[in-house]
Design a protein around this ligand. Structure first.
Ligand code: SAM
Length: 238
């Protein structure tokens, strides 16, 4: 990050990651935050006033159609598995300068990894299982069958997609994000993350969430596992 001039915050939402980058990057660094949701960016435009931050409303898959200068780094926090991954990797490779870095994370469930802390702090029953039980009891919710389907984006697939796009993995790390049930509740109150999936209305989901939350210690610690991947576009040959 010490040499960065242009950083792209891919699927940047309301700009929290972009601001975190600006907080540690050299003063001359600019960050372009790209997201397909104009509503998320409206929040960011209102709350973040750093003149080094600019916004593009577009799908991540079309990054290279919107950024016409070389980026030193592309970051993508908490979103890559929602995108068309091969198309996004190709677009990232096109905008990165030689030796430029692409850093992203993948939720543990999607990557098929678990940080050891998750087992230590697991509250029983979990907020998610209480939500499912209450949804079944009060609204006749039928959970989807447990199919045992493989994780959507394990490291070997990521590595293959990166290689196809012309990038390599230089580093990986499994990290643990420590939070509380109260923070998890705030997350599950965002419409796109509310549960359970299916036909229940947002209002019904919030009723279920309140009922589940009342049965659990709000201060109880929870852990979310993440796979962090640092990839690189190869440098120019001397
Ligand atoms: C969990 S939020 C993360 C936001 C941000 N990265 C952060 O750290 O605060 C996921 C974001 O991904 C965006 N997103 C999902 N798929 C996308 C796509 N194909 N192209 C652009 N943005 C996308 C959503 O609009 C949302 O803002």
């Amino acid at each position: 990050m010490t040499d960065s001039r242009l950083v792209i915050d891919l699927c940047g939402g309301a700009g929290a990651t972009a601001q975190a980058v600006l907080d540690v990057a050299p003063a001359r660094t600019r960050v372009v935050s790209l997201d397909s949701a104009a509503a998320m960016q409206r929040v960011g435009r209102r709350t973040l006033t750093d003149s080094r931050l600019s916004w593009i409303t577009a799908p991540a898959e079309q990054l290279a159609d919107h950024v016409h200068e070389s980026a030193d780094a592309v970051v993508c926090n908490s979103a890559i598995w929602k995108t068309d991954v091969p198309a996004v990797f190709t677009a990232v490779r096109r905008v990165l300068r030689p030796s430029g870095r692409f850093v992203f994370n993948i939720g543990g469930g999607f990557a098929g990894i678990t940080h050891p802390d998750e087992a230590i702090t697991h509250t029983k029953p979990s907020l998610n299982s209480l939500i499912q039980q209450i949804a079944a009891r009060d609204f006749g919710y039928v959970p989807p069958p447990v199919t045992g389907s493989p994780p959507k984006l394990p490291l070997h697939k990521v590595t293959e997609h990166l290689a196809t796009a012309g990038m390599t993995v230089v580093e990986t790390e499994v990290t643990a994000q420590h939070s509380t049930i109260a923070e998890k509740k705030a997350w599950l109150s965002i419409p796109v993350f509310s549960r359970p999936d299916g036909t229940l209305t947002f209002k019904q989901r919030m009723q279920i969430l309140e009922a589940a939350y009342a049965l659990i210690d709000p201060g109880a610690p929870t852990v979310t596992s993440w796979l962090v991947v640092v990839a690189q576009r190869p440098g120019r040959r001397p």
